[in-house]
Design a protein around this ligand. Structure first.
Ligand SMILES: *Cc1c(COP(=O)(O)O)cnc(C)c1O
Length: 365
């Protein structure tokens, strides 16, 4: 860590990311297009570097949630196909067009605004139509409205998509069939879509029959397994690491941290670590979280502070100031996996990784 500006950092294994992408491509014998989802700073892994890894591994498209995310990537990757999965406010649609970013469109009024902008600039904007098949987040249900969007002359309606709520097989099938119905209606009117997509990570693995000709995996590319039915070997790409700042002995009965919410039951060796909830570590892991030092679990004691926390070093008397502590690992050698952190914090794996804040530097290996 000598070259690092900080003792808490996120290590990202780019080969693992490439492996995971090739795994899903191979599962489909390279027969579907892959739109790699890199929103939320590539699920906390760092979007600029991660994009490069996914492009190298054959992702045809990169997807983000917001215009701000797309613009930051566009500065680095001037030509790569970039898709905004979410809503871009009308007042900002001009930036989408100017920067050759593909936009989700779900209403004629949005489409018309973008079309007018493009007419004025003599350019065409690429869009994918979003159909609401039941999730009721974003999307259009009106076939005629979608058709009128397709007839605008300054838009290139490159794709059409929807999103599954993944309630159960029956609901999935209902959503999928509705999507096909809408798509066929438009195709019967002579509209052609280069890309059709409805599958995220879970559906890409569990329901390959819904893959159409494009999938939008996020979680699995980072080695996070949420699927149930299918199988795909993917490997976690992230290790969250810190180093002990200070070590000392405290006496039986002494308190640690705010409100002394932990008191030493016996004379105890404790260590302080330079990470806290402002780094994205869940504060509600008090009394549950641990770090791994020399392969041993060291429970976090007391309240987790904004920038620091304290651990019980009883299991590793050989620990020293500067010793390496694994916050999140791959689950082997007594490390806390992302899955375990999610369960303990009462959330899902995507939240655990995407909430890791910008403060810890990302190191790519
Ligand atoms: C985030 C997102 C995805 C990727 O989801 P994962 O579960 O991480 O694979 C796919 N599609 C849309 C519309 C999304 O917002």
């Amino acid at each position: 860590m000598s070259e690092l500006i900080r003792d808490t950092a996120v290590f990202v294994n780019l080969n693992a990311l490439k492996y995971n992408l090739s795994q899903i491509k191979n599962m489909y014998s390279n027969k579907v297009h892959v739109m790699a989802v890199i929103k939320a700073n590539a699920y906390g892994h760092g979007d600029i570097e991660v994009s490069k890894a996914f492009m190298d591994a054959g992702a045809e498209y990169l997807a983000v949630a917001t215009l701000s995310e797309a613009l930051a990537l566009r500065q680095i990757y001037s030509n790569y196909p970039l898709f905004i999965l979410g809503h871009t406010p009308d007042r900002l649609l001009g930036m989408v067009a100017e920067n050759n970013i593909t936009q989700t469109i779900f209403s004629f009024s949005q489409a018309k605004i973008l079309d007018d902008i493009c007419f004025g600039k003599n350019i065409k904007a690429k869009v994918h139509l979003k159909v609401d098949t039941g999730f009721h987040r974003l999307g259009c249900v009106d076939k005629e409205e979608l058709l009128s969007i397709c007839r605008l002359r300054n838009l290139e309606v490159e794709g059409i998509f929807s999103h599954l709520a993944l309630v159960n097989e029956e609901e999935n099938l209902k959503q999928y069939n509705l999507f096909l119905k809408v798509t066929e209606f438009l195709e019967n009117k002579g509209i052609r879509f280069r890309y059709k997509h409805i599958s995220d990570s879970i559906s890409a693995v569990d329901y390959p029959e819904y893959s159409l000709n494009m999938i939008r995996p996020g979680a699995i590319l980072y080695g996070l397994k949420g699927f149930h039915k299918g199988e795909l070997d993917v490997i976690p790409a992230l290790e969250f690491v810190s180093h002990v700042s200070q070590i000392r002995n405290i006496s039986k009965g002494e308190g640690v941290g705010y409100d002394f919410l932990w008191r030493a039951p016996t004379d105890t060796l404790i260590g302080t670590l330079p990470f806290g909830y402002a780094d994205g570590y869940p504060r509600n892991l008090m009394n549950k979280g641990y770090v791994t030092i020399f392969g041993k679990k060291c429970p976090i004691i007391g309240v987790i502070c904004m920038d620091q926390c304290m651990v019980d070093l009883s299991s590793v008397p050989e620990a020293q100031e500067g010793s390496r502590a694994i916050i999140y690992g791959d689950g082997k050698n007594n490390t806390m996996s992302i899955d375990e952190a999610a369960k303990l914090a009462g959330t899902n794996k995507n939240e655990i990784v995407s909430r890791i804040s910008a403060r810890p530097p990302r190191i790519y290996i």
